[in-house]
Design a protein around this ligand. Structure first.
Ligand SMILES: [Zn+2]
Ligand SMILES: [Zn+2]
Length: 392
């Protein structure tokens, strides 16, 4: 998976870009990549979402500060860029007409909502605020998924700043009405040929700002804190599963409850088994001599080696199903099956004696030993007879 791109890089602005520069850069990208304008370009949707995500963070001073301090982890998008908990669909609910309308003097509510984060809950800036849900990706081995395991996670997550109890204000300093928006949380910006109502860039819509920022957290209300967690991986889990650790996400603000931590699992492929749901597939190399004579074959299962008899004349590619020998069911249902596929291995590096034994065998064989080859030859004969007739 590609490394998540830096938000400043996504918008093509410098780290010191002003709110206006960020807005203008985003507007250009949004116009360029809006899915309505690029119906045949699947890349556009990704570009549009990437830009919208970057804008959502960089246009909000508190989030921008957290992003500057903690990177992607500080703003709730997992390290691998995975995040199932977030929903960007609302960005697409806004149609292109709204964007264009806002540009050409409409100044409509659509655009305001688009930038104003009207879908976000406006929390009381002085009250408790729940922490963010965090999502991370974890790669585990195939056998850990099959047998279950325990992992120790060492994470550095944002937690409530102990010095200001998450208020972001220095000791003895309180929050005051935001001078930029006068406490409304929104400002009218633009001018010229369009106007937009947008979330106040100074206070992020809260309507208040801290008088003097807390020196420990630089006003963010949160600090990075290393944490060690134990993750229990249940047996039977598969790639893409998401485990939730309740209350282990980002710390809340001003006494708010912490968010949850989600761990999305990626299972490394096995060198022996292929997995499909709870069924396992395994290719078992078998000597064609054993297959011709009949005999026993060792078949690996997660529980150990199973010795299975095969009949004389077993064909190459024959599938043997061992019921219930696959992967345990995560929800306590019946386990999957193990399916072994017989794959002939032709003997290599023959001795002179072995060679002459095979030559003797070859001489003794006649077409009746190979019923499939006989059928095949008959079909070919019909095919070429037909061809000769047609080309005459
Ligand atoms: Zn404000
Ligand atoms: Zn602080």
């Amino acid at each position: 998976m590609a490394e998540k791109r830096d938000y400043y890089e996504v918008l093509g602005v410098s780290k010191t870009a002003s709110a206006d520069e960020i807005k203008s850069a985003y507007r250009k990208l949004a116009m360029k990549w809006h899915p309505d304008r690029n119906p045949d370009n699947p890349e556009a949707k990704t570009k549009f979402q990437e830009a919208s995500e970057a804008y959502e963070v960089l246009s909000n001073p508190e989030k921008r500060q957290r992003y500057d301090q903690f990177g992607h982890q500080g703003v709730n998008f997992g390290p691998g860029g995975f995040d199932f908990g977030r929903d960007f669909s609302h960005f697409q609910d806004v149609d292109l007409g709204d964007i264009l309308g806002a540009f050409f003097g409409g100044g409509g509510g659509g655009f305001g909502d688009f930038f104003g984060g009207g879908h976000r809950h406006r929390a009381d800036p002085n009250g408790p605020q729940p922490g963010d849900d965090m999502t991370m990706e974890l790669e585990i081995d195939f056998d850990e998924a099959v047998f279950g395991s325990e992992r120790t996670l060492n994470l550095t997550l944002p937690d409530q700043c102990p010095d200001c109890n998450g208020t972001g204000a220095a000791r003895g300093s309180a929050r005051k009405t935001c001078p930029t928006c006068g406490g409304h949380g929104q400002v009218i910006s633009g001018g010229g040929f369009f106007q937009v109502r947008q979330t106040c860039p100074r206070c992020g819509g809260a309507g208040t700002v801290v008088e003097k920022p807390c020196p420990t957290c630089r006003g963010a209300g949160q600090v990075k804190k290393p944490r060690q967690l134990t993750l229990r991986i249940p047996k039977g889990i598969d790639s893409g599963a998401r485990l939730r650790l309740s209350g282990k996400g980002g710390g809340g603000l001003r006494g708010g409850p912490p968010g949850d931590l989600y761990v999305v699992l990626r299972v490394r492929p096995s060198e022996i088994f292929e997995r499909e749901d709870n069924d396992l597939y395994v290719n078992v190399p078998v000597s064609p001599v054993t297959a011709a004579l009949g005999g026993s074959v060792d078949i690996p299962t997660p529980d150990g080696i199973a010795n299975v008899k095969i009949a004389a004349g077993t064909p190459n590619g024959k599938m043997l199903r061992l019921r219930g020998k696959g992967v345990a069911d995560l929800r306590g249902g019946s386990p999957g099956d193990l399916v072994a596929r017989i794959v002939f291995e032709v003997p290599q590096r023959l001795t002179g004696k072995q060679r002459s034994a095979l030559e003797d065998l070859e001489k003794s064989l006649d077409p009746s030993n190979f019923p499939e080859a006989q059928t095949f030859a008959a079909r070919l004969k019909t095919f070429y007879a037909h061809k000769d007739k047609l080309s005459k």
